[in-house]
Design a protein around this ligand. Structure first.
Ligand code: AMP
Ligand code: MG
Length: 389
């Protein structure tokens, strides 16, 4: 058995990064920027007014000024403002030449073309200098998974097409005679495929393009057939059939198909039977079938692999720490990812940790990480966890 960290390192060594494709900005949210881009212009491109008011050369309480024109957003005032003059101005409009500040309209009384400034004027210039947000050619660094906020910034930079990493194509193969698809009528000894759909959701939410293949039955021909359907997938994930029981055929069939096997067993709970290797160009990960094990391995192994495929740094799932709200007994020889709830009192591990309990996983918002041979822990001690989002 190898450690979780060793398994991850071996997985990363099998990763081939995706090539770059260009997508329109409107489709780029959640995609991973593959190459740095730069601003095509400054923002704002001219000194612009931050408020509605009057652009002036100088201001003092009680001063009276002549209004000589107007500058609105999209329609600048072409002349110059001189002492004793003011230009009516609106938010986002270019500040006319000669003006050094904008007096907000609340501080002004207007009578025809004359304005009188109030007794108390606010201090600021209310002018946004050209390039305050960013200057032309400012770099937007890659790699980065683009958030809605990034999309707004790139739009403002006039970047309309974005170089992103191609989405990794992932083929999901469920294995087992007992499985039927959700919505089908199960036989008396059958159950519904669950983690396959959970993994599909997890992968879609993290930048991959997953595809659910027909369920492979517990015989070699059926499994071979499923593998024949992976086409141009970058990653094939099998679920179940991965331990060493009589009906666990994933490893033998993958070997028959010529897999270069990287490892088979990892010292973790849940999820000990885990395998990986290369089937020609396609990376393969074999996950355990137990629903919670498969989902936890999805968080701990599959998502970091997807991130590496997208060109993001090859790193373990990011951890945080929080104080315990309840004590924990000592941990054994396998790294344990306990289903837990984090609230304002701290972290509390669920009482039932069986790896078949999806209701417990669904009610959890954290995986509390117990290192190998971690001693018993008291209330208030800080422990690591992976947020479940
Ligand atoms: P296995 O690894 O094939 O021995 O499966 C371990 C347990 O997980 C068994 O109880 C299976 O019925 C169950 N299982 C396997 N694959 C799935 C799946 N895709 N969805 C739900 N349960 C599964
Ligand atoms: Mg099975």
């Amino acid at each position: 058995m190898i450690s979780v960290a060793e398994a991850l390192a071996q997985l990363f060594s099998l990763v081939r990064p995706m090539e770059i494709e260009e997508v329109p900005l409107v489709s780029a949210s959640g995609r991973t920027l593959a190459r740095a881009v730069s601003a095509r212009r400054s923002q704002p491109p001219f000194p612009s007014s931050a408020m509605d008011g009057y652009a002036v050369t100088d201001a003092a309480p009680g001063m009276t000024l002549n209004v000589i024109g107007e500058s609105a957003a999209g329609h600048r005032f072409d002349g110059t403002v001189s002492a004793g003059q003011a230009v009516r101005i609106f938010t986002g409009a270019p500040v006319p030449d000669g003006a050094t500040r904008v007096v907000i309209q609340e501080d002004v009384t207007r009578d025809g073309d004359r304005i009188t400034l109030g007794d108390r004027l606010d201090e600021g210039t209310n002018i946004r200098p050209a390039g305050t947000d960013f200057a032309e050619n400012a770099r937007f660094d890659a790699p980065k998974t683009l958030s809605p906020f990034d999309i707004a910034l790139l739009a403002s930079m006039n970047v309309d097409r974005v170089p992103v990493a191609r989405k990794p194509q992932v083929a999901l193969i469920s294995t087992g005679d007992e499985l039927v698809m959700p919505g089908e009528t199960p036989g008396p000894d059958q159950i519904i495929v669950s983690n396959t759909f959970g993994l599909h959701a997890l992968l879609s939410a993290h930048g991959a393009a997953p595809r659910i293949l027909p369920i492979a039955r517990d015989d070699r021909a059926s499994l071979r057939h499923a593998f024949s359907l992976i086409d141009d997938a970058d990653l094939v994930i099998t679920i179940g059939g991965a331990s060493v029981g009589d009906h666990d055929l994933v490893a033998p069939v993958a070997e028959e198909l010529g897999i270069e096997r990287a490892f088979h067993k990892v010292a973790m709970r849940p999820g000990k039977p885990l395998m990986s290797g290369l089937l020609g160009e396609t990376m393969m990960i074999g996950l355990p079938g137990n629903p919670v094990s498969a989902m936890v391995c999805g968080q701990v192994f599959v998502l970091p692999v997807i991130r590496a495929m997208l060109g993001l740094p090859a790193q373990a799932a990011p951890r945080r720490s929080a104080p315990l709200a309840e004590p924990l007994p000592a941990n054994g020889g396998r790294e344990h990812y306990m289903r837990a709830v984090l609230d304002e009192d701290g972290l509390r591990a669920a009482t039932r940790q069986d790896s078949s309990l999806l209701s417990v996983l669904s009610g959890a918002n954290a995986l509390l990480v117990r290192p190998v041979d971690d001693p018993a822990r008291e209330v208030g001690e800080r422990v690591d966890y992976l947020p479940l989002t």
